[in-house]
Design a protein around this ligand. Structure first.
Ligand code: GDP
Ligand code: IMO
Ligand code: MG
Length: 422
């Protein structure tokens, strides 16, 4: 079996892009299986930074084919912009990108409704990319899929019916501006021509590839704690970034999955609202944000920063089935005199046995910390595990032991060569 799933293990932005780029030289195909252009995966090659939102990070490696599965929600403009950006930088996309005919399309009204939803009582702090409203339509069985682009008459009918309904909602509930049907129909009909060549029956494509001995890496977006079922609901995204989502989002059966690899930041960040038990507020949080350059790759928003949470990671390991991990951004902790690690949660004076996912409980949590000595040494040039200071090795074994996984990659900077494989 040769299908590996790579997942974000915290609240996203763990460095998935960088690690997929490292790993995919040993895979034939990289697949995105959920989310959409809410993701921002950064890869740095020879001082040039690329941020990918929809196309798998494998596109930057020659010889690797890339697939966008049915579980992804596709913003046509974002996709075309990304293809253009890659081609402008000399990367070949044609013949290497395969898009599922069952993937749903983000429509202009999804983005409008995404921002209008944020004017209500519960604010999620979404990326504004139309993700939630698009998945709502998918499950309400009103969505428009890539395959609909192939039948112009039906497509036009579906767009008109949707816009009529959305216009009523936008006008009567939100008092917003109605959408221009003709303009949207024209735009999507033109999109059909641009992406026709990429449309693929993905489950069959992957089945044939696996049967002929090809290896597949499934690239998760977001992170386990943003999972709509297992995350800190309602402060989550609208898909399943956990490993189970890989099967549903690409049409690969569970019997084909051979391993689950977690990407773990050496501390914790989250963007948007929602509970965050180990958050560092004030100057400490600001300092970590500056050291880690923690600003969103998609929206540029400052990321909230906090200590490593081994209790959360244990939960993430359990629901994903993570065996081995890459620890990223270890270099960012180099300035610290002391580093705290959360090893458990206390609620109303009692130590919790399992991770709570309700906001009210998470907001009352008292994290139990252990304090470890910092290493106060620049580690960005380290290339062998043995060359790490004793305090760094101590930190790594401490977090591995308390999270219950094995570390097999350590990242000490954004570049390809700033990577240590164990
Ligand atoms: P993703 O969404 O999980 O792919 O992560 P992002 O790309 O949103 O955020 C990770 C950021 O950290 C990017 O700017 C990366 O270039 C950067 N990065 C990745 N690994 C390391 C590392 O080991 N050290 C440092 N300092 N930066 C890293
Ligand atoms: P990558 O793949 C970090 C967060 C948003 C918001 C919540 C819901 O780069 O790790 P949405 O637009 O999805 O409806 O927003 O999820 N969020 C992310 N946070 N990294 C991401 O992706 C994210 N994608 C969505 O900030 O809190
Ligand atoms: Mg990101």
């Amino acid at each position: 079996m040769s299908v590996s799933v790579l997942v974000g293990s915290q609240w996203g932005d763990e460095g998935k892009g960088k690690i997929v780029d490292i790993l995919c030289d040993r895979f034939d195909i990289v697949v995105r299986f959920q989310g959409g252009a809410n993701a921002g995966h950064t890869i740095v090659i020879d001082d040039q930074q690329y941020i990918l939102h929809l196309i798998p990070s494998g596109i930057l490696r020659e010889g690797v084919n890339c697939v966008i599965g049915n579980g992804v929600v596709i913003d046509p403009q974002a996709l075309l912009d990304e293809i253009k950006l890659l081609e402008d930088h000399g990367f070949v996309v044609k013949g290497r990108l395969f898009i599922s005919h069952n993937a749903h399309l983000i429509m202009p009204y999804h983005k409008i409704l995404d921002s209008l939803n944020e004017t209500g009582d519960i604010k999620i702090g979404t990326t504004g990319r139309g993700i939630g409203p698009c998945y709502i339509d998918k499950y309400a069985r009103k969505g428009i899929r890539i395959v609909d682009l192939l039948d112009r008459v039906e497509l036009e009918k579906k767009i008109r019916a949707n816009i009529e309904e959305k216009n009523r909602l936008i006008k009567n509930v939100y008092n917003g501006e109605e959408l221009d049907v003709e303009k949207i129909v024209e735009e999507y009909l033109a999109f059909d021509e641009a992406i026709d060549q990429y449309i693929t029956d993905v489950p069959t494509y992957l089945d044939n590839a696996i049967k002929s001995g090809k290896s597949v890496l499934m690239e998760g977006a977001q992170g386990a704690l943003l999972d709509v079922d297992f995350g800190t609901y309602p402060y989550v995204t609208s898909s399943n970034p956990t490993s189970g989502g890989a099967c549903i989002g690409a049409g690969v059966p569970p019997t084909q999955i051979s391993s689950v690899f977690g990407i773990v930041k050496a501390y914790t960040t989250r963007v948007g609202y929602g509970p965050f038990p180990t958050e560092m507020l004030g100057d400490d949080g600001e300092e970590l944000r500056q050291w880690g350059a923690e600003f969103g790759a998609t929206t540029g928003r400052p990321r909230r920063c906090g200590w490593y949470d081994a209790f959360l990671l244990n939960y993430s390991r359990m629901i994903n089935g993570i065996e081995r991990v890459a620890i990223t951004k270890l270099d960012v902790l180099s300035n610290m005199d002391e580093i705290k690690v959360c090893i458990g949660y206390e609620l109303d004076g009692k130590r919790l046995k399992s991770f709570p996912t309700t906001t009210s409980q998470l907001e009352k949590i008292v994290p139990i910390y252990e304090t470890l000595p910092g290493w106060k040494t620049d580690i960005t040039e380290v290339r062998n595990y043995d060359d790490f200071p004793a305090e760094t090795k101590n930190y790594l074994s401490f977090i591995a032991e308390h999270s219950g996984f094995e570390i097999s990659i350590i990242s000490v900077g954004p570049k390809r060569d700033q990577t240590i494989e164990l």
